[in-house]
Design a protein around this ligand. Structure first.
Ligand code: NAD
Length: 520
């Protein structure tokens, strides 16, 4: 992908030769099939007809399902739906070049969108398309570079296979590894930070013997660390203040970054501190718990607790890069593994029946403290969860529509956590109870089939999660549901499961929701 003159056809052809794969130039295929030169196509049929032809032809090429190299047209990715199909099904490489390089390269060639336009048109089109071009798995400048070199870099990077969270200018990649300690420093180095503030918690430091912070030493970038006490209760402004103090005392500037390495608590604290320091600096997230990997690693939600309830103070601030090292899960205590599995069940329940079935089939093998063997089964499920979350976030970054479905079980779950003063239940444990109570609510409304509730209950049990809570505790937790941040006057837009793997949002009155807190 990339602007006209960025080198798509030249580089694409060489890359295809290197990979010994077929090559297609989308514009050329359309020209050949329509019998019209591009310029003629635009003149006689107009741009809309061209975009139609582009869409149909590209979908046909993709449907072939053979690995190939396709040079897109300069404007192909401006169609959001088509671009996101490419994000899901291909590796997108955006080639970039300065406006003046492009001007030189396209001089004398026929370009329908440039003909007779002033040179400033290149700059205008480039900035109009910049957010779309930024949604790429790899971006390479072709200024002052030989096409063969560019093709080499692309060929070498293909094994990386990250998940792309496509959010225009705020897009980022989630990289995966199992035990390669160079990946995190590599991703950090690519951001060219002036200074690094590393944030983690005491538990993880002990479990990893400070290996993560030490791995950053090779970068030779001025770094400091903030090691916070561990635990859910720590998600408070006091610890954000601790990060602010260290970061500002360390003399951070706009190019500095925070590296948050830990579970969901550290992700939220580090992300919130990054969002607020100097009105927002970048951060890299290395999620180390299962909850953090499957749920908080993607989406940029950051929040702190308040005595009034859970996560009531927060902002959206997307990370610049996320690195998931599955090997971190080997030191995770069994209770934390179960807590993360509960979030996996939630994702499957609202969005992915196949994932739910996979969890059912493998429940015994992935429950409890994880062995290398268990990790082999779990790792692809974690990746799948991250892919689902990335899709949901790109379609609804601010949690205003479809992304709300990922809050399933959380209205009850958050209330239970807050009622237990964040000590009684692990996050995923409270969510497990929340899932069952909200499923029961759906059954009582005639929206959720009983079988969905029964299967979820059986699965959570097999995964080592409690499925019941004292009815007095549940009733007392209701008080915190009234403080739920999703409440608007007397309703909350609640996700409701319609069958295993499918859900929809419905506004429910607080009176209705209260029934989820009452066990007969
Ligand atoms: P956590 O951060 O408290 O981690 C759980 C425990 O595991 C901690 O004691 C931690 O020190 C330890 N730990 C983490 N990684 C470890 C490792 N590799 N080895 C050994 N010990 C390790 O909690 P959590 O369960 O990771 O996350 C829960 C929090 O995340 C909640 O506050 C929840 O609200 C938040 N969350 C946020 C989002 C989001 O989108 N921002 C999504 C889901 C959950």
């Amino acid at each position: 992908s990339g602007f006209m003159g960025a080198g798509k056809t030249t580089v694409g052809r060489r890359l295809a030769a290197r990979l010994e794969r077929p090559f297609f130039d989308l514009d050329e295929v359309i020209e050949k099939e329509s019998g019209l030169a591009l310029e003629e196509f635009f003149r006689s049929k107009g741009e809309a007809a061209f975009r139609d032809a582009e869409r149909t032809t590209l979908r046909r090429l993709l449907a072939d399902n053979q690995t190939s190299v396709i040079a897109l047209g300069g404007g192909t990715v401006t169609n959001r739906a088509l671009r996101h199909e490419l994000v899901d099904r291909t590796t997108i490489v955006t080639l970039t070049a300065e406006a003046r390089t492009i001007e030189t390269r396209v001089k004398g060639t026929k370009r329908p969108l440039l003909n007779d336009a002033p040179p400033s048109r290149i700059g205008e089109l480039l900035s109009a398309r910049s957010a779309a071009y930024n949604e790429a798995h790899l971006t390479i400048s072709t200024d002052d570079r030989e096409p063969d070199d560019v093709a080499d870099v692309i060929a070498q990077s293909l094994s990386r296979d990250p998940v792309l969270v496509a959010l225009g200018e705020k897009s980022y990649l989630v990289d995966f590894t199992q035990g390669d300690e160079n990946v995190l420093p590599d991703r950090i180095a690519a951001l060219l930070p002036s200074k690094i503030v590393y944030v983690s918690d005491s538990n993880l430091e002990r479990a990893t013997e400070s290996a993560l912070f030490e791995s950053l030493a090779a970068l030779a970038i001025e770094s400091t660390e903030v090691i916070l006490p561990h635990g859910e209760k720590q998600k408070s402004v006091v610890n954000v203040q601790a990060i602010w103090d260290v970061a500002l005392g360390f003399g951070i500037d706009r190019e500095s970054i925070i590296v948050a390495a830990g579970g969901g608590v550290i992700g939220d604290l580090g992300g919130f501190a990054a969002a607020t320091l100097l009105r927002g600096i970048r951060y890299v997230y290395a999620p180390t718990s299962l909850v953090a990997m499957v749920d908080s690693s993607v989406g940029g939600k950051t929040a702190l607790h308040h005595t009034a309830g859970k996560n009531l103070v927060g902002v959206f601030h997307q990370p610049s890069s996320v690195v998931v090292d599955y090997a971190r899960l080997l030191t995770l205590p069994a209770r934390e593994v179960a807590s993360g599995l509960s979030e996996l069940v939630k994702l499957a329940l609202v969005d992915d029946e196949e994932l739910f079935t996979l969890l059912e089939a493998n429940a015994e093998k992935i429950a409890g403290k994880l062995s290398e063997g268990a990790l082999e089964i779990l790792a692809p499920l974690v990746r799948r969860a991250i892919e689902l979350k990335a899709r949901s976030v790109r379609d609804d970054e601010r949690d205003e529509g479809e992304r709300l479905r990922l809050n399933y079980g959380h209205t009850v779950g958050h209330a239970l956590e807050a009622h237990g003063d964040f000590r009684l239940h692990r996050h995923g444990e409270a969510v497990a109870i929340g899932l069952l109570r909200e499923l029961a609510l759906g059954v009582s409304l005639g929206v959720t089939p009983q079988i969905a509730l029964d299967r979820t209950e059986a699965l959570l049990r097999k995964l080592g999660l409690k499925t019941e809570v004292k009815k007095e505790e549940l009733a007392a937790a209701w008080h915190f549901a009234r403080a739920d941040k999703k409440r608007a006057r007397e309703t909350i837009r609640m996700p409701l499961v319609t069958s295993v793997g499918a859900s929809r949002i419905e506004p429910l009155t607080m009176d209705r929701i209260k029934t989820a807190f009452v066990v007969a």
